[in-house]
Ligand binder design. Structure first.
Ligand code: HEC
Length: 167
């Protein structure tokens, strides 16, 4: 082998390694984002997560959203202060129409006007960022999801996937 061939082979090996590493990183990132809901602990099929989430729910959410996730009475009608009552989190509510990231964001930051609600919107939904850890929030979402029938869980999973798909 001439000096020239050796350096050509060396260059080829180098680029093959770079390409390989790149493919591995892309595969990992894709894989991670696909199972993100489960990895972050919002997997309704994990009884331990759901159980932990239930404790969080009973302590922090039930007072407004109802012990059985049924929401406040007449939740579709504005309160005298012009704000909306707490809606149900069960299958009869609107919660399951949101992707995971939105449910997480609303729970952590509240119904931020201009982001999760129209500009200037006022809401009684508290922001839990200062009270609950991210892990608590994912756990409570796992619990809420675990209370939906299988068909609703599948539809929300679909909504979550679509929200995540690269555009
Ligand atoms: C003080 C009462 C109160 C508590 C406590 C509360 N919420 Fe809410 N929540 C509300 C109200 C009121 C709304 C509806 C806000 C609106 O439309 O203005 C709401 C809305 C939401 C929504 C949006 C639902 C949708 O369909 O868009 C999510 C998600 C939510 N709450 C999650 C939680 C979670 C999780 C907890 C417990 C960690 C919690 N909330 C605790 C009052 C409360």
């Amino acid at each position: 082998m001439t000096q020239n061939t050796v350096s050509k082979v060396g260059t080829m090996v180098f680029w093959t390694l770079v390409l390989g590493a790149l493919v591995a990183v892309i595969a990992l990132v894709t894989h991670e984002s696909l199972k993100a809901g489960a990895a972050r602990g919002a997997d309704p099929g994990d009884p331990k997560r759901a159980q932990r989430g239930r404790a969080v729910y009973d302590t922090h959410c039930a007072v407004c959203h109802g012990a059985q996730l049924e929401g406040q009475a007449n939740w579709g009608t504005r309160l005298p202060n012009g704000r909306m009552p707490a809606p149900p989190h069960d299958a009869s509510g609107h919660t399951w129409h949101h992707p995971d990231a939105v449910l997480f964001g609303i729970t952590k930051h509240g119904l931020v006007p201009g982001k999760y609600a129209p500009p200037g919107y006022q809401s009684d939904m508290p922001a839990f960022g200062g009270t609950l850890s991210d892990d608590d929030i994912w756990a409570v979402l796992a619990y809420i999801k675990s209370r939906w029938p299988g068909e609703i869980q599948r539809r929300q999973l679909e909504i979550d996937r679509n929200a995540r798909a690269p555009r």
